[in-house]
Design a protein around this ligand. Structure first.
Ligand code: NAD
Length: 240
């Protein structure tokens, strides 16, 4: 049950954190996996740890996205991910921050999908999963670019699902809540502050990257074929 043998996956933003956890689980289920990120050293070390191939790519750049898709081969499973936009107040976001968020968070997914979709439709099987954020359900005051761009990703994939559902391709998003990656641990390095945030989560703890990865991996299986155009929030009931 829940195997991915013979499937080929491309996971971007996967040298660490949730992306790496997702790549690891896809490998464990038997998929052949290529991971992509910007820093070759960290990426190569991560790839060796999980038995994946790697390709250097900044997903905010079209040429890099095309290179990653080419390196991965016939992609059956796409997990679109990158680092989140920086914080700031909504009224203070400048043109450059909007443009960077647009390229890194939204156009990266659009372009990755463009690169793999024809092959998936041709083979009659495909799984597209974008990692978004709980901010789609509950906008965070200091993450205006994330709130907007992830909503755009979510609705793009929901729209795409309408077009490709009859071709055996599913398009879903997984929205993590507070997840204990190195980045989050750094952001909440003050123990008292971390405790306060955890108290605001009904589960009373941060999520584990593997718990988000499990939802992504499940969406990639044959068994998830009828789940399409959906958003799975993995947040310990925070957004309820
Ligand atoms: P992370 O910062 O630990 O990892 C991000 C990964 O993406 C790294 O491998 C990094 O090298 C790579 N990356 C960044 N920019 C890239 C680019 N332009 N091109 C290619 N690779 C790039 O992040 P994480 O905590 O694992 O989160 C993954 C995603 O989920 C992020 O978008 C984040 O904003 C979002 N998210 C995380 C949380 C959380 O609590 N961890 C909560 C909600 C949403």
């Amino acid at each position: 049950m829940f195997r991915l043998d013979g499937r080929r996956a491309l996971v971007t933003g996967a040298s660490r954190g949730i992306g790496l956890a997702a790549a690891r689980q896809l490998r464990e289920l038997g998929a052949e996996v290529t991971i992509a990120a910007r820093q070759p050293d960290e990426l190569q070390a991560a790839a060796e740890r999980i038995g994946a191939r790697w390709v250097r790519a900044d997903v905010s750049r079209l040429a890099d996205v095309q290179r990653a898709v080419e390196a991965a081969g016939d992609v059956d499973i796409l997990v679109s991910n990158a680092g989140g936009p920086p914080p700031g107040m909504p009224s203070e976001v400048d043109e450059e921050a909007w443009a960077t968020g647009f390229e890194t968070t939204f156009m990266s997914t659009v372009r990755l999908v463009d690169g793999v979709l024809a092959g998936m439709r041709g083979r009659g099987w495909g799984r597209i999963v974008a990692i978004t954020s709980l901010t789609v359900r509950r906008p965070a005051l200091n993450l205006p670019v994330s709130n907007a761009m992830r909503a755009a990703v979510t609705n793009h994939l929901r729209t795409l699902a309408l077009e490709v559902a009859s071709d055996g391709v599913t398009c879903n998003t997984v929205a993590p809540g507070f997840t204990a990656t190195e980045r989050l641990k750094r952001l909440h390095s003050d123990a008292q502050e971390a405790r306060r945030v955890q108290e605001s989560i009904p589960a009373k703890r941060f999520g584990d990257p593997a718990e988000v990865a499990a939802a992504i991996a499940f969406l990639a299986t044959d068994e998830a074929a009828y789940i399409n155009g959906q958003e799975i929030v993995v947040d310990g009931a925070y957004t309820v």
